[in-house]
Design a protein around this ligand. Sequence first.
Ligand code: ZN
Ligand code: ZN
Ligand code: FE
Length: 754
Amino acid sequence: MLHHYKIKVKGIVQGVGFRPFVYNIASLHNLYGSVCNTTEGVIIHLEGPESAIQNCIKIIQTNPPPLSQITDITIEQLPPDGYTQFSILESTATRNKDVFIPPDVAICNECLADFFDAHNRRYHYPFTTCTHCGPRFSIIEDIPYDRENTAMKPFTMCWDCQSEYNNPADRRFHTQPNACARCGPHIVLCDSSGNILQSQFDAVISQLQELLTHHIVAIKSVGGYHLACDATNDFCVELLRKRKKRPFKPFAIIVPSIEFLETFCSVTPKEKELLQSKERPIVLVKLQKDIVSPHVAPGLSCIGVMLPCTPLQYMLFHNNSQSIYVMTSANISDEPIIYDDNDAFQRLHTIADYFVTYNRQILSHTDDSVMYVVDETPYFVRRSRGFVPAPIFITHTPVHILATGGDLKNSFALARNNFAILSQYLGDLSTPWGNELYQKTIAHFCKIFDFHPELVVHDLHPNYFTTLYAQKYIDQGIKTFAVQHHHAHIASVCQEHELYDPVIGIAFDGTGYGTDHTLWGSEFLIADTRQFTRAAHFDYFGLPGGENAIKDPWKIGLSLLMAANIDDDTFFTENHEKEFVKEIIQKNINCPKTCSIGRLFDGVAALLGIAHHISTEAEAAMLLEEKAAEALTHTTSFAVPITQGQSLVVHTAHIIHEIINMIQMHIPISTIAMRFHRAIAEATIATACRLREQYSLHRVVLSGGVFHNRILLHLITTGLQQKSFDVFAPQKLPCNDGGIALGQIAIGRDMYGH
Ligand code: ZN
Ligand code: ZN
Ligand code: FE
């Protein structure tokens, strides 16, 4: 008896080898019918005996291709159609573009074997790829995902490549970036003016290896340009810092293998797993031996490491398996990675001596993703290459929502139906280039996801670029909605973990605009994805000169002393501005009040003499954490009073008094730093306990950039768990402002129309 079924598969099903996979199982079961990519997903017709069809459906559901992610399968029985074969049909463009785009992933083992096999026609061809690996998001211009809608459009496949592409049994069947040395893109080595010095691949590599011993080379990778140099060469790394005008912010390194990495770092099983995953993020690991230059991660005991991800990166270590290279995003200050070839030569020629580039356009940039592991649980610092634009599934939203994110470490988000898509890392939106890229990227996302916002959600901060950008939609008759910064932080985690009842949300970060117009940053919110009550916070102190004080932690230290009424003239005497800063604090001139924990860490770092001036946000806090790590086993602490006012207030002034006492008693700085960490953690746990009594809630959500502090995250998480709280932290997104767009989406969705 002949049966006919129509199966519609939604999710990440394009560009991942779904059609050949279906073709192969259908052939194996002697079924006729068709498979087709549509903008609604993959549509399969199967005709034949009932049991064989059910078998196929089962395989599709349980064992789909490695890069696919199925979100929905609908099965419909139809009258028999009399198919005479199984065919793969051309893509059709219909209206609803509810398909996802896969992220860019590392080269697979089979392709790598082809690449290193001297008898293979892809021997040393650096754009070797197949259906299971390689670039996707970075080369897609529009959907459906067909070659003419990608950056591969200018390259016409040669006869060999075309026959692989046409053969359903081949691993490269319908692999849009399929190419070989005869027909595909090519790598060249140039000087800083763009003159081509070498274009034969093996010669490029050997010259590159040679150059990297003494020079800085810009290398075009999957998501943009990297700057590379020998990580063991002090002179080169220092030169890179000088040219990049980046004195502190750590550089990532690339190493050939885990085995080699383990000769100078300790790597936990979870860290190994992340390093080797197909997403290939940068992972922070603990340094054990001083092999790399101290300028790579100055003053820090951890280092960001990645393993090779592309054939070119593998070739860096060809006959050269003991090398370590700096591999850092080519960018200016905190902007995103540079990815356009013209931009690269214009903006990097003063930094890089040479360029290794290729003639295929990057259409979407992605910085390397960055992760760290605490108690064998992975966390994101940055979610970008390898992960973006994979969807995050959410509760259904009746309208299309655009969430504009925050102005630092920006990532915006789109949401419709039951999914949200977070953008790649867009950095700090404080430069014209950053602003332009932000708007361009939103336009690109709207195009490739066929997205038309009906609601635009933004931060409450009136002067954020992301707020002003959102307000432009009002002219088009589109509704906008403002969300308080820390509420967004908490709602993001609630959405991720599908927590629908109110929680105790703890948001510790730099600063965010509060509903009372002060700068918040130590928030205990009783919150869900609709509303929040500000239930507790740390005490306020002045931020002399406003947000600019971030660069001068000593000013914050001074302000903390004054807020605690400590009259001690021994601090910051070397700063000739001291009296002036004192005056602006006393007279309250341009000295907004904040209760930010991030700034408290900065100020305490200054009081302990760890950091007076800094070059990048969170530098002082990172160095303070590093100091504390030296006294990790030190278990004493001090109690911090908490009083009930309009909300609970944790007494920051008391913390400062304790610190000054310890300094006067000549207690080692590392011990003081550790006691400070413990005191903050204990005060946080004590506050949570009081809120549990008050509100009868036992779920705690942690968010905010301060939780990148691994000591604090560990102490607070384990401390709360010991007190029988259920603790939730962001796992799929960073805890910093890169994660707030999802919270904006959740709140926008739940408050829309209310
Ligand atoms: Zn492959
Ligand atoms: Zn070819
Ligand atoms: Fe924040």
